[in-house]
Design a protein around this ligand. Structure first.
Ligand code: SAM
Length: 350
C-alpha cells in the first residue's frame, strides 16, 4: 500500500507502437502522455486531427462536454505548440454543437480557437469550412419539426500555425476551373474597377489551367465499401463512428508538408491521417486511446492503395449550391412568423 507521507518517484514506461510501417507508427495511448514523454520539441511538421467534439450528448468515443472543452484542450494545446516546428501547422477539424434544449449554438469551437491564439500563441493562418453535402437536416426538432433553423452542414477547420509564416503552397491543391470561369476565359473579360473598388486587371483572364480553391471544402462523408470497412466487417471489428473522409487530411498534408516530413494525429481514430501520409510518403504518427479503433486501423496498411483513390472518386465531381434566391418568388411570405420564435411547438397540420 502507498504511504501518504512518503514521496515516490514515478517512472513512465515509454509507450511502444502497437503497429509500424517503414515510415509510420500507431500508438494506443493517451496522446497527452505520448507527447509529454516521447515527442521532442520542434519535431513535427503538421498536426492534422479531428479531436472528440464537445457535445451536449455523449457519444461512444469519449467526448467532452462543450462547457469543459476549452479547459480540457489546454494541455493538448501547450504540447502541440511545443512539438511543432516553427514552419509547422496545426489543423483541427471540429464540428459545432447545439445548446441543450434550445435552438442556439454553443460557442465552444470559437472559444477553442480564441484560446489557442490568445493564450497559446498560435496564429490563425486561415479558417476553412468543410461542407458535407450529404449531412442530414438535424437537429430535427429545430430544422424539420419547428422549421426555425437550417441544416447545419459545415464543420470548422481551423488552420493554425506556430509562426505567421508556416510553409505552404496552394499550388499543391489546385482545382479545375468552374464553368463560369471557363466561359470568361473563352469569351474574354473587360479589365475594369469592380464596385468594391478592386481593380480587376487583364491578368485575371490568363489561363493558368487550374483554379485556386476557396476556403469552403465541399466533401461528402459517404464512404460505404472501402477496404477499411471491408476489413472491419470481415474481422468483426468496430468501424470508427466519426471518421473524416481521406480527402480532408490529404488536402492539408499536400498543401503544408513535403515528402519525408512528419505528420502527427493525436486523436487518430481509425488512422485515416496515417493512411494518407503513408501513401504520400510523409512520416507519420497516429495515437488513439481505443484498442478497438486501432484494431480496425491496422487493416488500412495491409496493402496501401497507391492509385490515388480520392482522385478517382473526385473526377468530374462538382457540388451544387443553389443561389439563395432560387425560389423566392415561389415561396409564401404572407404566413406570419411565429412571434415567440417557434418556442411553442405548432400542432401538426397534415
Ligand atoms: C473524432 S475521433 C477521430 C476520428 C479520426 N479522424 C478518423 O477519421 O478515424 C476522435 C478520437 O480521439 C480519441 N481520443 C480521445 N481522447 C484521446 C486522448 N487523450 N488520446 C488519444 N486519443 C484520444 C477517441 O478515441 C476518438 O477515436
Amino acid at each position: 500500500m502507498l504511504d501518504r507521507n512518503k514521496s515516490y518517484a514515478y517512472v513512465y514506461v515509454m509507450a511502444k507502437p502497437v503497429f509500424k510501417t517503414k515510415i509510420g507508427k500507431i500508438y494506443c495511448d493517451d496522446s497527452l502522455k505520448l507527447m509529454k514523454n516521447q515527442l521532442k520539441d520542434s519535431s513535427i511538421d503538421l498536426i492534422m486531427t479531428s479531436p472528440p467534439f464537445g457535445l451536449v450528448r455523449k457519444k461512444s468515443y469519449g467526448n467532452v462536454d462543450a462547457e469543459d472543452y476549452v479547459e480540457w484542450f489546454k494541455d493538448f494545446g501547450n504540447q502541440f505548440h511545443r512539438i511543432l516546428k516553427d514552419s509547422g501547422s496545426l489543423v483541427i477539424d471540429i464540428g459545432g454543437a447545439w445548446n441543450p434544449g434550445q435552438p442556439t449554438r454553443s460557442l465552444y469551437h470559437f472559444e477553442l480557437l480564441i484560446m489557442l491564439c490568445k493564450e497559446m500563441g498560435f496564429h490563425l493562418a486561415q479558417e476553412f469550412y468543410w461542407w458535407s453535402p450529404s449531412k442530414l437536416p438535424t437537429p430535427a426538432e429545430w430544422v424539420t419539426v419547428r422549421r426555425i433553423r437550417v441544416k447545419d452542414a459545415v464543420n470548422c477547420v481551423w488552420w493554425l500555425s506556430k509562426t505567421p509564416w508556416p510553409k505552404s503552397s496552394n499550388k499543391r491543391i489546385l482545382v479545375p476551373y468552374s464553368s463560369s470561369m471557363k466561359h470568361l476565359l473563352k469569351n474574354g473579360y473587360k479589365a475594369k474597377k469592380r464596385p468594391s473598388g478592386h481593380d480587376i486587371s487583364d491578368k485575371f483572364t490568363t489561363n493558368n489551367k487550374a483554379a485556386i480553391p476557396p476556403n469552403l471544402i465541399a466533401l461528402p462523408n459517404t464512404e460505404s465499401n472501402s477496404s477499411y470497412q471491408r476489413f472491419c466487417r470481415e474481422n468483426e471489428l468496430v468501424e470508427h463512428p466519426a471518421r473524416f473522409p481521406s480527402s480532408l487530411p490529404e488536402m492539408f498534408i499536400r498543401m503544408l508538408t513535403d515528402k519525408g516530413d512528419t505528420v502527427f494525429d493525436p486523436f487518430g481514430g481509425s488512422c485515416v491521417t496515417g493512411e494518407v501520409a503513408e501513401r504520400l510518403k510523409r512520416k507519420w504518427i497516429c495515437c488513439d486511446l481505443s484498442e478497438e479503433y486501432i484494431a480496425g486501423a491496422k487493416g488500412r496498411f495491409n496493402e496501401v492503395d497507391k492509385t490515388l483513390p480520392s482522385k478517382n472518386n473526385a473526377l468530374g465531381k462538382v457540388y451544387e449550391l443553389n443561389h439563395p434566391a432560387a425560389m423566392w418568388d415561389e415561396l409564401d411570405d404572407n404566413e406570419l412568423l411565429q412571434p415567440d420564435g417557434g418556442k411553442k411547438r405548432k400542432k401538426k397540420t397534415s
